[in-house]
Design a protein around this ligand. Structure first.
Ligand code: AMP
Ligand code: MN
Ligand code: MN
Ligand code: MN
Length: 296
């Protein structure tokens, strides 16, 4: 594969962004308008567990002449080989041309129900720790879908935490005492769901797997055998040398390369749409063409 393109010479896209339909701070219309101002040629909306933001964005993107891609970000649980425990793997699903099957939409309803049950339990566990917080309060923050980002905002506003990072560290993050695990399907099952729903499954921000490279390769080969089609090689949290490494790995394993900033707006103020953190991101339009080619 070729080296990353020179600035200004090619059309750029961003395939990983969140709206107010999940835990982003921009409405779908605002996100489309920002993408247009930045001169992006394509935008993937990949909210957690919902297509509502994508659907709302469709007419705005059409008016703006922006190539909009339907995406989603799903949680899953991966058991590592050789007694190394497990990881929470985020999977992106993309529908660059086709629409998801009705069965997939049905299944998503169940995912949102699981999320809601987790939120209810999390509020209870926090209350048991003496925190003044209710499920109703949290749900009032999320327009159609509430999550830990909304819990964090309330914890900060009420003075329980200094900032969002602090809230995750001390209250709601994976290593916090009041962490509540979500009921997640295995990564293999989620890949299968996306494939049978006519989508393209992609492992998001592989840096967060946080496992040695040989184990990571073994895991990705296993997931490819389970139906995985792509790897998010470019991401705001990937330093340049890691982007190069993942680009090579995706090519070797014959996985489609994808990339995106993981833009959330205010909740992650350093992560900018289209350009990542301190301009570390540059995703060529060609990735989207390859994605479309794959499902043709
Ligand atoms: P949920 O899907 O409700 O479990 O919430 C997960 C979301 O919380 C992620 O998508 C991030 O946007 C956010 N998040 C996770 N960990 C952190 C952290 N340490 N600091 C700030 N935000 C985080
Ligand atoms: Mn998020
Ligand atoms: Mn993620
Ligand atoms: Mn994301």
């Amino acid at each position: 594969m070729s080296e990353p393109p020179e600035p200004g010479t090619i059309k750029l896209i961003d395939l990983h962004a969140h709206t107010t339909a999940s835990d982003g701070s921009l409405t779908p219309a605002e996100l489309v308008s920002l993408a247009q101002r930045l001169g992006l040629a394509g935008l993937g909306i990949s909210d957690h567990d919902t297509f509502a933001g994508y659907q709302e964005a469709v007419p705005f993107a059409r008016n703006a002449g922006l190539d909009l891609v339907r995406g989603i970000e799903l949680n899953s649980r991966l058991t590592l080989p050789g007694n190394r425990g497990h990881r929470h793997v985020h999977l992106l699903g993309y529908w660059p041309s086709a629409s998801p099957s009705p069965e997939f939409d049905q299944w998503l309803n169940g995912e949102r129900e699981d999320r809601r049950n987790r939120n209810r339990r999390l509020a209870e566990v926090l209350q048991a720790r003496g925190v003044d917080i209710t499920l109703q309060e949290v749900e009032a923050r999320g327009r159609s879908l509430a999550g830990r980002t909304h819990f964090a905002r309330i914890l900060v506003e009420k003075g329980y935490a200094q900032n969002s990072e602090d809230a995750f560290r001390r209250y709601i993050g994976e290593n916090a005492p009041s962490y509540v695990e979500r009921q997640s399907q295995t990564t293999q099952e989620a890949i299968h769901k996306i494939r049978s729903g006519a989508g393209i499954p992609v492992v998001a921000h592989p840096i967060r797997l946080a496992i040695p490279r040989d184990v990571e390769r073994e895991v990705l080969v296993g997931l490819k055998n389970a139906g995985l089609l792509g790897l998010e090689i470019y991401h705001s949290e990937h330093p340049p040398e890691l982007q190069a490494y993942y680009r090579q790995l995706a090519e070797e394993l014959d996985l489609l390369p994808t990339g995106g900033s993981d833009f959330h707006g205010a909740p992650k103020p350093d992560t900018k749409l289209g350009v990542g953190i301190n301009g570390n991101l540059r995703v060529p339009y060609e990735f989207l063409e390859r994605m479309r080619h794959l499902v043709k």
